[in-house]
Design a protein around this ligand. Structure first.
Ligand SMILES: [Zn+2]
Length: 313
C-alpha cells in the first residue's frame, strides 16, 4: 500500500485504487450507464438493476470445489490490488473490481478460513463504526456468498439498498430486549426481517447470539442468513434476513421462466441484480414476491424462532 493513502478513508482507498488499476476503473465507469428501475409490491419499493458485470458472481458454482486458486487469498490477488489492513491485520479491505455499488469493497479475512459469522460479529460492528456511514454486509455460505471457502464481508456506501431507509418507518413487533438493545421483527415487508438496534456493542452481540441460537438449525452449518449493519445516531442497526434456500427454482428453469437471480444480502435488502437484460426487463412483482417467499425462512419457522426468543423476556 502506498504511503500517501490515508488509512481510514475508504473513499480515498477507492480513488487511489481506480487510478492504478484499469480493469477496476473501467468496471466502475460502467456503473454510470447502468439501467435501474423501481417497482412497488404491496406498498414496499424494490429496485432492479441490470448489471452484466455480475454474471460471474451470480452463476458461481458454490457447491463445487473451486478449480482455480482461492481469489480472496492474499497471494492470489492481482498485483494492482491495494490492501488496507483492518483489525490487527485480521482482515484486508479491498476495492471490489466487479461492483454493484459506486463504492464497493470486499473485506476478506487474512487467513483462508470458511465463511462463518460465529465469533466475527465484533469485527463486523467495528467496521461499521470505524467506517460510518458505510454499510457492512455478510452473506452466509449458502446464502449468496460467491466465495464460501474464504471468510469475507462486503461494504458499500450507505443507502444503496431500499431496506436501509424502509426499516426506520416499517411496523415492527418487539421480540426481546437487553439493556440498550432491542430485537424486533418487521411486519408487512414481503419477507421476514429481524432488526437489532443498540448503543452498546455487547448488547448487539448478546441479542445476535440469541437470535443465532433460535433460528432454524442446520447440521454442521450456521443458520442460513444474510446480515447488514450500519452505525448511525450513536448506535448500531443490524438487519438479519433468515433464509431457507440459496437459489429459487426459477434460477434453474430451462425455459423462458428462468431468472438468473441469486439472492444475497443485496437482493434481500430490496435491490435485485440482473446480469441478463431480459431478466431486467421481464422480472415481475409476482416473481419477486415468489422469490422472497421461497428463499426466506417460512412463517412457521419464524414463529418457532420467536417462541424460543420469548424465554429471554
Ligand atoms: Zn482463500
Amino acid at each position: 500500500m502506498s504511503s500517501d493513502l490515508t488509512p481510514y478513508d475508504l473513499k480515498q482507498l477507492h480513488s487511489e485504487q481506480l487510478s492504478r488499476w484499469e480493469t477496476a476503473y473501467l468496471n466502475y465507469k460502467q456503473l454510470d450507464k447502468i439501467e435501474a428501475r423501481e417497482v412497488v409490491i404491496e406498498g414496499v419499493t424494490m429496485r432492479i438493476q441490470h448489471n452484466p458485470g455480475r454474471i460471474g458472481s451470480v452463476s458461481a458454482q458454490i457447491d463445487k470445489k473451486p478449480q482455480t486458486n482461492c481469489f480472496l487469498c492474499a497471494e492470489n490477488l492481482p498485483d494492482e490490488q491495494i490492501r488496507l489492513p483492518f483489525g490487527n491485520d485480521e482482515y484486508h479491505i479491498l476495492v471490489n473490481p466487479f461492483p454493484i455499488f459506486k463504492q464497493h469493497f470486499t473485506i476478506p479475512a487474512t487467513t483462508h478460513t470458511p465463511q462463518r459469522i460465529e465469533g466475527r460479529m465484533p469485527a463486523m460492528l467495528q467496521l461499521a463504526r470505524e467506517y460510518t456511514p458505510y454499510t457492512i454486509f455478510y452473506n452466509g455460505p449458502r446464502c449468496g456468498a460467491s466465495a464460501p471457502m474464504h471468510m469475507h464481508f462486503q461494504a458499500a456506501q450507505a443507502g444503496c439498498m431500499p431496506i436501509e431507509e424502509q426499516w426506520h418507518t416499517a411496523r415492527r413487533t418487539v421480540v426481546c430486549l437487553h439493556n440498550s438493545g432491542e430485537l424486533s421483527l418487521l411486519n408487512d415487508m414481503l419477507r421476514p426481517i429481524f432488526v437489532i438496534s443498540a448503543t452498546a456493542q455487547e448488547d448487539v452481540i448478546t441479542l445476535f447470539d440469541r437470535l443465532y441460537k433460535a433460528l432454524p438449525p442446520i447440521a454442521d452449518e450456521e443458520p442460513m442468513m444474510n446480515i447488514m449493519v450500519r452505525y448511525e445516531n450513536n448506535g448500531w442497526i443490524l438487519i438479519i434476513f433468515p433464509r431457507a434456500k440459496h437459489r429459487p427454482d426459477c434460477y434453474y428453469a430451462q425455459d423462458a421462466s428462468q431468472r438468473l437471480i441469486s439472492p444475497g444480502t443485496v437482493e434481500m435488502g430490496g435491490l435485485f441484480i440482473t446480469p441478463r437484460h431480459n431478466d431486467y426487463e421481464q422480472l415481475t412483482t409476482q416473481e419477486i414476491a415468489n422469490i422472497y417467499s421461497e428463499v426466506s425462512a417460512s412463517e412457521n419457522e419464524i414463529l418457532e424462532t420467536i417462541s424460543q426468543l420469548k424465554k429471554y423476556r
